[in-house]
Design a protein around this ligand. Structure first.
Ligand code: IDP
Ligand code: MG
Length: 152
């Protein structure tokens, strides 16, 4: 099982609703390891780069407006199969279709206010982590003293 790193954002609706801790807690309990964390305001340039794949979609302007509307919590999570684990823990994009027990399925309101972002594949994770974090902002735990289950 490959050890991966992935970008997770608690979007402005999640921060505003006081659910950042809930998101962090669920990912911690899943067994993933937090290796980067910051509270930040996304500007339009970063929003457009982050969501570049959606530039031609009708919802793109609203998406950029929303993600820049308030602070986000940006995080890097590490673990075996972390990208897929995070996606499963988040649930489907549309909260109306996400399973109960997932973040979006339990807490989400609608597709434009779905609380969280998680990278969808290794290339996206690499690209997105580079957009949000400098290398020095991501921890490199001592493997020899690392007790985490995701190391095995
Ligand atoms: P994901 O966040 O589950 O990876 P994407 O398809 O990458 O979903 O879309 C990025 C974000 O754009 C979604 O999280 C959602 O907030 C928003 N979005 C996606 N599809 C729609 C739509 O049809 N209407 C409005 N917003 C959408
Ligand atoms: Mg996506």
């Amino acid at each position: 099982m490959a050890v991966e790193r992935t970008l997770v954002l608690v979007k402005p609706d999640g921060v505003q609703r006081g659910l950042a801790g809930e998101v962090i807690s669920r990912l911690e309990r899943r067994g993933l390891k937090l290796v980067g964390l910051k509270l930040m305001q996304v500007d339009e340039a970063l929003a457009r780069r982050h969501y570049a794949e959606h530039v031609n979609r009708p919802f793109f302007p609203g998406l950029v407006q929303f993600i820049t509307a308030g602070p986000v919590v940006a995080m890097a999570w590490e673990g075996g199969n972390a990208i897929e684990l995070v996606r499963q823990t988040m649930g489907a994009t549309d909260p109306a279709k996400s399973a109960p027990g997932t973040i979006r399925g339990d807490l989400g309101v609608n597709i434009g206010r779905n609380l969280v972002h998680g990278s969808d594949k290794p290339e996206s994770a690499q690209r997105e982590l580079n957009l949000f974090f400098k290398p020095a902002e991501l921890l490199d735990y001592q493997r020899s003293t690392d007790p985490w289950i995701t190391e095995s």
